[in-house]
Ligand binder design. Structure first.
Ligand SMILES: [Zn+2]
Ligand SMILES: [Zn+2]
Length: 233
């Protein structure tokens, strides 16, 4: 209970400061309406599994070869432009109040493109990383989205076992896969038979979300989808 209260207080404190748009610097909002309009949207047709744009709308070649555990990944935006800046601010500049507009964008996306979800589960940070950063941006996003959707948020069931190096520093897709393959474990069977929607800020290869899905399905989850704010394409 206590860590959540601390997080919420963090968001409230951010709101006391004047708000400047992360895109253009205009005062008044963390994401002004004109920057919001110009966000790099990902629109259908998509590969039904990885969610990347795919003109045919059928499984893309890399998903044909991918024995994915995750049912599918969706993202409203490419990790580019203002969205890249917003996530950077949220993650590394302690601008936690950004979860409010970002969760609203996820909610808008879910209204337009509903996904199977009974419960929201944020991708956990390794405890060491959580101590360094002081908050899990995915947890904050999930909590905020939970308020908008009225879906319960379950944290603490999915555990990150390895302190994996930041993905940007690893070079190949294969390396990313071997780093994340058994990186997560489910501590209990609380999510048995549930339809889980994993929440994260950004996805690169999809390997992290898939590793989470593998752990959740090992623990009996019925379906696991991933929803991220932005996707590297
Ligand atoms: Zn702006
Ligand atoms: Zn695909």
């Amino acid at each position: 209970m206590l860590p959540q209260l601390v997080k919420l207080r963090g968001v409230a404190l951010d709101l006391l400061f004047p708000q400047y748009c992360v895109g253009c610097g205009k005062e008044g909002d963390f994401l002004c309406s004109s920057c919001r309009q110009s966000l790099p949207e990902i629109t259908p047709p998509l590969c039904p599994r990885c969610g990347r744009p795919q003109s045919s709308g059928i499984l893309c070649p890399s998903c044909v070869a991918w024995q994915a555990k995750i049912d599918g990944i969706r993202s409203p935006f490419r990790f580019d432009g203002v969205m890249r800046q917003a996530i950077h601010q949220l993650k590394y500049r302690n601008l936690r109040a950004l979860v409010i507009p970002l969760a609203k964008l996820l909610h808008d996306y879910l209204i337009a493109y509903p996904l199977s979800a009974e419960v929201l589960v944020p991708v956990p940070l390794h405890p060491k990383r959580l101590r360094e950063r002081g908050y899990n941006q995915s947890g904050l996003l999930a909590q905020e989205l939970g308020k908008l959707t009225n879906l319960p948020v379950v944290e603490g069931c999915l555990i990150r076992r390895h302190h994996t190096p930041p993905q940007a520093r690893t070079t190949t897709v294969e390396e990313r896969w071997s780093n994340t393959a058994d990186a997560f474990v489910c501590r209990d069977r609380e999510l048995r038979d549930r339809s889980v929607l994993l929440i994260d800020d950004v996805s690169t290869s999809g390997a992290t979300l898939d590793a989470c899905a593998a752990a959740l399905k090992d623990a009996g989850a019925n379906s696991v989808w991933g929803l991220v704010v932005a996707r590297e394409i």
